[in-house]
Design a protein around this ligand. Structure first.
Ligand code: ADP
Length: 631
């Protein structure tokens, strides 16, 4: 026997599972059945494509058995207490010693590892998060105090047994199993015992695993009276539908079937928001069944996100690890693609350039986007969808030029003129007769943006401005440039107002030129330019970016994305010639006071953009000097 330690992250995960109030302990069964089903999928594929597996008998099934008083109760030597057990067995690919150690002793995904590392001590809060991506095999320890896995790999002679109490260590020893496959035995905790009856197990299987495509049998004993005696009779009953449900005619399927299937292929405990079932016939034959979840999965923004679409060929599972089945921005979609035309033994490299798959992918994207658009009929529903998945759609606007127009129609933003979200087309409807441009303002949060001095000129002219407070807007919207031939213009840019300037504005600019020059001399190291502004009415100053320069926010995003060398781009300071402070400043003879105020005009404009002045102590001193003088 060899005693082994779990990798640190497994311990962390186990700790979370066991010590946080996990909201759905019953999902342990789904996770085990899902692993069994994967093991059967793998073997099925090999028996069809690999000669060395051709002779293996393949009669796939999953057996769930639970402890009956007589039959299954075992005595654990270490606790000397009778325990109820549940076992989940499959005759799939199985695991050898090395597989057991690797698969049940570590966590493969670096994203999960990083996520665990980032967790704080608040296990209750974190357990909600962790529930979203499923904890796989380790969820057994939510209901069991000891787990044994006996497994024999297809094509190999020796079986092995993995044993652990989920407390840091596991053992692997030689085991006995007559044929290939895996049996997982859970020695239930007191609270776990509630699962050891056929009503509960059957209900859980139906809820989470009804459409697993292999038969799941429930094994149990029933008491029967024979004359004066009661005897126990072994019962075996298939409890799932075991169909490739996406292949069934749509007319036979109910919403409940779709919901059940969704839960069986995801870690979600909720129903999906929307399902999209397509059975294409003709030149290329395929079936797709896609789901839009209600909530974004936790790994949506991880570098090693797991795509949620499984590829089948003629109902044989091929892969769930192919990131190109749908474009990256649609990575929140779950479901299956099943093709009738691809060869079973197609290689991964071939998959990526296969023209049939490309066609399926293109059709699927169009279909999904049109279904997303249809969600708009119920605006509230669409808004909640958008809260979760608006950001990936924006990535799509940037990445998927073929569907950019469609995607633009799906975007929505806050606005100075309407409550809640508004779309480009709604903005267009409201545009003034002579208005030629769609205006928007970008920044870190809605509240500061709504009170930004940059808005003043537009408010004065009663022109609507879209409020873009998502950092990705800053990258996507300038890249798009236009909506239906209408230019998209950012208020954060120095030229935003050019087409609205009047003759009087220009004259005023000229008049104030000497003051501008004086301020510029003081701030010459910090700003790119100082200009007179016609956009301001209530504020004395504001910050803008030069036409081609990245805005302050974009510089921040680039920095936070780890872009190492973000060139320091200086902003432009605009001052308001008609503001009282500026007018009085023009007349000031006191050089020191002039400098203080010039700097304060710059610093307050920075603050309004959510940027800290570089030298905060000096800023405060300046402010205090000025306050003192005004008293
Ligand atoms: P996941 O299923 O998400 O990969 P798990 O923790 O549930 O994570 O399982 C880890 C790995 O252990 C699986 O990826 C698989 O390789 C292996 N495994 C688990 N259960 C079985 C089984 N019944 N038969 C064969 N391999 C299994």
């Amino acid at each position: 026997m060899s005693k082994k330690k779990f990798k640190t992250e497994v311990n962390q995960l186990l700790h979370l599972i066991i010590h946080s109030l996990y909201s759905h302990p019953e999902i342990f069964l789904r996770e085990l059945i899902s692993n069994a089903s994967d093991a059967l999928d793998t073997l099925k594929y090999l028996t069809l494509t690999d000669d060395s597996f051709k002779n293996i008998e393949f009669d796939p099934r999953i057996d769930v058995t639970f402890g009956d008083e007589e039959q299954r109760i075992v005595t654990l030597s270490q606790t000397d207490k009778k325990k109820k057990v549940i076992t989940v067995a499959d005759n799939g690919i199985g695991m050898n010693e090395a597989d057991l150690e690797k698969n049940l002793g570590t966590i493969a995904r670096s994203g999960t590892r990083d996520f665990l590392k980032s967790l704080t001590g608040d296990a209750k809060k974190d357990s909600n998060l962790i529930g979203q991506f499923g904890v796989g095999f380790y969820s057994s320890f939510m209901v069991a105090e000891r787990v044994e896995v006996v497994s024999k790999k297809a094509g190999e002679e020796q079986a092995f047994k993995w044993i652990s109490d989920g407390k840091g260590n596991f053992d692997i020893e030689e085991g006995v199993r007559s044929r290939n496959g895996t049996t997982v035995t859970l020695y239930l905790t007191e609270s776990g015992e509630e699962f050891a009856n056929h009503f509960t197990i059957e209900a859980i299987v139906k809820k989470y695993s009804n459409h697993i495509s292999f038969p799941i049998f429930l094994n149990y004993y029933e008491e029967k009276t024979e004359g004066a005696k009661t005897v126990k009779e072994k019962k075996e009953r298939q409890v799932n539908a075991a169909s490739a449900m996406w292949k069934l005619p749509k007319s036979e399927l109910k919403e409940e079937d779709y919901n059940d299937f969704y839960r069986s292929i995801t870690h979600d405990t909720e129903d999906p928001l929307h399902s999209i079932h397509t059975q294409a016939e003709g030149k290329i034959e395929y079936t797709t069944l896609f789901f839009i979840p209600k909530k974004a999965p936790i790994d949506l923004y991880w570098a090693d996100y797991q795509p949620g679409v499984k590829l089948y060929i003629k109902r044989v599972f091929i892969t769930d690890d192919e990131k190109e089945l749908l474009p990256r921005y649609l990575r929140f979609i779950r479901g299956v693609i099943d093709s009738e035309d691809l060869p079973l033994n197609i290689s991964r490299e071939m998959l990526q350039k296969n023209s049939i798959l490309t066609k399926i992918r293109n059709d699927s994207v169009k279909k999904i986007l049109s279904e997303v658009a249809s969600l708009k009929k119920d605006r509230e529903q669409y808004n909640s969808f958008y809260e979760e998945f608006g950001r990936p759609l924006k990535e799509g606007v940037y990445q998927d030029l073929n569907n950019q127009e469609t995607l633009l129609e799906l975007l929505q933003f806050k606005s100075t003129k309407s409550e809640g979200y508004t779309s480009f087309s709604e903005y267009k409807e409201r545009m003034k007769k002579d208005q030629k441009v769609i205006y928007y303002i970008t920044g870190e949060n809605e509240k500061t943006l709504r009170s930004s001095p940059l808005l003043e000129a537009w408010q004065k002219r009663d022109i609507e401005v879209l409020i873009m407070d998502d950092d990705i807007d800053e990258i996507v919207i300038p890249a798009v440039g236009k909506y239906k031939e209408i230019e998209l213009k950012s208020l954060n840019r120095s030229d935003a107002l050019d087409d609205m300037k009047s003759q009087a504005d220009k004259e005023q600019e000229k008049k104030i030129a000497p003051l501008v020059k004086r301020i510029k001399e003081i701030l010459k190291d910090e700003v790119k330019d100082v200009r007179a502004s016609t956009r301001l009415s209530d504020s004395p100053s504001c910050i803008v970016a030069d036409e081609k320069d990245p805005t302050i926010q974009l510089q921040h995003i680039l920095k936070s994305m780890g872009q190492m060398e973000v060139p320091e781009v200086k902003p432009i300071l605009e001052i308001n010639p008609s503001h009282k402070i500026v007018k009085k400043l023009e007349k000031t003879e006191d050089k020191a006071l002039f400098e203080d105020i010039a700097r304060l005009l710059f610093e307050q404009a920075l603050l309004m953009e959510g940027v800290q002045p570089k030298d905060t102590p000096s800023f405060v001193q300046r402010l205090n000097r000025t306050l003192e003088r005004s008293l």
